[in-house]
Design a protein around this ligand. Structure first.
Ligand SMILES: Cc1ncc(COP(=O)(O)O)c(C=O)c1O
Length: 360
């Protein structure tokens, strides 16, 4: 692991286009019953593949290079956006991406993400469950070491204390946009909660900037995968890294964070599209021209809509953190053939997608 020198910023490999834009959505605000609504466009954080993982990967891939790695191995569900983002940007930096993928419910985006990973040159493996994936990851790291190659391992979702600290700049970025008058100072920020790094990082950044907005982190993965004690530990460890890297970090940063986990939107489970999520996708498209999806952002926007319908947002200025890549990925998939994937993953191409899936 690369070390953080006290007083020096976190090392980063520049990948993104920052600051990401802010889009004010008055029609959507009126429809959901919020005083104002702004979208923070991390969907456009980088080309060719944006989304929330880019801020984490700037830190993680810098650590991989500092560690002398030639390979970057990560984990995810079969349709993982994180595994794809890692593959795209590891390749850009001359590192060999390796993905170890676990089963999930089928959807069109699973096919797209698998093909894109294949096309950018990722080495793709399949494992039947989380435990088996970790064991296979260990085997692959060992086998590479025997060939004289070093592997940098990134956990599911790309969340580590240092990558979470890397996301904190997003909160500072939003604060600067508020100061520049691009959006009202928010009372609340809605963001999806998966491996937790994005929500915790944004909340830390807002606290660093002295913005009192509450981060409403909408759980879209089972609670067992992201227990509250892990959230607390991640918060404290990331805050310590920030305090070491940035001397003007306010003291007691972790205690200044305002973060609430919002429950009840997961539906049948991870990546199972829900009726509320699908309705939220339609509303965002029709009133703001924003493209959300069924696994993360649709369910998160559904939470915002539910709070609006309950009258809770009438006096609130609200930000929705758009974490899903919105650049067209068709060119990324060029030339890929699903029959070159491990046989377990080929089943996503021959089987049906879930009934609620929308094929664009
Ligand atoms: C589109 C999208 N939004 C949100 C998240 C959740 O972010 P995190 O894992 O940092 O909680 C992910 C994670 O994969 C994602 O792909």
């Amino acid at each position: 692991m690369a070390e953080t020198t006290p007083g020096a910023p976190l090392a980063r490999a520049p990948l993104g286009e920052f600051p990401t834009p802010v889009t004010l959505a008055p029609e959507a605000a009126a429809t959901v019953g919020a005083r104002s609504l702004a979208f923070k466009r991390d969907d456009r954080s980088a080309r060719p593949y944006g989304g929330n993982k880019v801020r984490k990967l700037e830190v993680l891939l810098a650590e991989a290079r500092a560690a002398g790695a030639t390979r970057v191995l990560t984990f995810g569900a079969a349709g993982s956006n994180h595994a794809l983002a890692t593959a795209v940007y590891a390749t850009r930096l001359g590192l060999q991406p390796v993905s170890v993928l676990t089963p999930q419910v089928n959807a069109a985006y699973v096919r797209k993400n698998l093909l894109a990973q294949r096309a950018v040159g990722a080495e793709i493996h399949s494992a039947p469950d989380h435990e088996a994936a970790i064991a296979l990851g260990d085997d692959l790291v060992r086998a590479a070491a025997e060939r004289g190659e070093r592997t940098y391992v990134i956990p599911f979702g790309g969340t580590t204390p240092s990558s979470t600290a890397g996301v904190a700049t997003a909160g500072l970025e939003l604060a600067a946009q508020v100061a520049a008058g691009m959006l009202p100072e928010p009372d609340a920020v809605y963001v999806a909660l998966g491996s937790m790094g994005t929500a915790v990082g944004v909340a830390l950044g807002l606290a660093m900037a002295g913005l009192p907005a509450e981060v409403r982190a909408v759980r879209v993965v089972p609670a067992a995968a992201t227990p509250d004690d892990r959230l607390g530990t991640l918060l404290c460890e990331s805050a310590a890294i920030l305090a070491a890297a940035y001397p003007d970090t306010p003291p007691g940063l972790a205690d200044r964070v305002r973060l609430r986990v919002v429950e009840g939107l997961l539906g049948e489970g991870y990546a199972h599209f829900s009726a509320e999520g699908m309705a939220a996708i339609a509303l965002a498209r029709e009133t703001a021209g924003i493209a959300l999806e069924g696994t993360y952002t649709g369910k998160t926007f559904a939470a915002l809509i539910a709070d609006g319908a309950a009258g809770e947002l009438a006096e609130q200025d609200v930000v929705f953190w758009d974490t899903y890549n919105s650049h067209d990925t068709a060119a990324l998939r060029d030339g890929a053939d699903y029959r070159e994937l491990p046989v377990e993953l080929q089943a996503y191409f021959t089987g049906e997608v879930q009934p609620l899936d929308i094929v664009p």
